[in-house]
Design a binder for this molecule. Structure first.
Ligand code: SF4
Length: 426
């Protein structure tokens, strides 16, 4: 790796670019904050920047290609800019061409040190997430707090455990302190994010539910939303918390099923069967009534037959999911699944994905219909728009102050499943 120049922090302008998941988005916000603290200027325009920091994603081969194509373009159009690469890719690809500075994920907290010294880190030992490094925010109404990093599950299609390493839970006190900061800043909804949030605390002596209990005990009018959580981590204690704090914990789960056939689940190295998944969903519904449960499905995984796919579709209808995030299977070099035979043709993957997206629209509309005539609590996110705790968008027909909770009577449902509501008090 070459070194270009030693930067004068007072004048160096950094352009930030991120690929990939919510965690990457949260981390880039955090890096921006750190850049400002370190004395750099943030540039909104690549052509005016001295440095570009790219937070890479390596979840599929396609993601790698996108990164390489971007970096080639930057190199071609802005030959003087210093390119800094961090994120998941450096942990997987050892020699990234065209990047002047490479900072592996686990060294992100030292990113500005590497920039100011113009060198790369090749250390791959995992260090605990630094408190400051986990700070992040986005928008005024909703903030995101990263509670852990890494994953120990090794699903056969996923490169993340290799890219981000094993589970590293963040210290509860620092999560709490950041949570309180966000409340003081005026955020009303706080989303707990991570790579595998339900595993929180398995490497420390605080459980996921204990952590949430601490947060809901904090005073104030706010709500907590969980990002994606694995079915095996939705235990009785967690469901009880949802039951006990209906105002403070959003009645919304996102639980990836990925496939509704045991054969495919086993090939994916997922740690549950369809019937176990069923039992948990039923338990949630028995205890919490009509919560919104969304899911992820990968279609066209190796060996998935038409019959397997049809079974999955029937199951999704049967379980009344509120929506589905659909992913056509995409090979990732270095994973077990990428070596599997019986590959489903790309065209079939695309067709199944399209079909399932239509199913998702149907399910979303059916779920939304249940709200007709009901009174819902809405967090107003912009003029005329808000979100229920159950993750349904509401178009508000009369004025309501941004970043406040209001009650609305649902008087209509749009074809895309969004609700139309009339504010009945503020
Ligand atoms: S649980 Fe599976 S899919 Fe999710 S990050 Fe871990 S290995 Fe990847």
């Amino acid at each position: 790796m070459n070194t270009k120049v030693q930067y004068d922090k007072m004048t160096a302008r950094i352009f930030f670019y991120t690929f990939g998941c919510k965690v990457n988005q949260v981390e880039i916000e955090n890096l921006k904050k750190e850049a400002l603290n370190a004395g750099y200027t943030i540039s909104e325009d690549l052509s005016n920047a001295d440095i570009v920091v790219i937070n890479s994603c390596t979840v599929t081969d396609k993601a790698d290609k996108k990164y390489h194509s971007l970096i080639r373009k930057i190199k071609r159009n802005y030959p003087d800019i210093t390119i800094v690469t961090t994120g998941c890719l450096p942990s997987i690809e050892k020699n990234i061409e065209n990047s002047d500075i490479i900072v592996p994920n686990e060294q992100k907290e030292n990113l500005f040190h590497y920039i100011s010294h113009g060198n790369s880190s090749k250390h791959t030992d995992n260090t605990l997430i630094n408190d400051e490094n986990a700070v992040n925010s986005s928008g005024k109404t909703r903030a995101f707090i990263k509670i852990q990093d890494g994953c120990n599950s090794y699903c056969s299609y996923c490169i993340i455990p290799f890219a981000r390493g094993n589970l590293k839970s963040r210290d509860l006190h620092s999560i709490k302190a950041e949570f309180e900061d966000k409340l003081r800043e005026g955020y009303k909804e706080i989303v707990l994010v991570g790579i595998h949030i339900g595993n929180y605390g398995k490497d420390t002596n605080v459980s996921f539910s204990d952590m949430i209990q601490e947060l809901v005990n904090l005073p104030g009018d706010f709500r907590i939303r969980l990002s994606s959580i694995e079915v095996s981590e939705v235990d009785d204690k967690l469901i009880e918390l949802f039951e006990n704090y209906p105002r403070k914990i959003c009645r919304h789960f996102h639980i990836p099923i990925q496939s509704a056939t045991d054969k495919i689940l086993s090939l994916m190295n997922r740690n549950y069967s369809v019937s176990e998944f069923n039992q948990t969903i039923k338990k949630i519904r028995n205890k919490l009534g009509d919560v919104n449960i969304g899911t992820d499905v990968i279609v066209g995984f190796p060996s998935e037959t038409k019959e397997d796919f049809d079974n999955t579709v029937n199951y999704l209808y049967h379980m009344n999911f509120g929506y589905i995030h659909v992913f056509p299977y995409s090979e990732r070099k270095g994973t077990k699944a990428a070596e599997m035979k019986d590959v489903v043709p790309l065209k079939t993957r695309k067709e199944r994905a399209k079909f399932l997206r239509d199913v998702s629209e149907d399910l979303k509309f059916s779920h939304s219909k249940k709200y007709f005539g009901q009174k819902v609590r809405v967090l107003v996110e912009s003029d005329g728009k808000g979100l229920t705790d159950s993750y349904l968008a509401v178009n508000l027909l009369n004025h309501a102050e941004k970043n406040t909770f209001v009650n609305a009577q649902i008087i209509g449902i749009n074809v895309d499943g969004t609700l139309m509501g009339k504010v009945i008090d503020e």
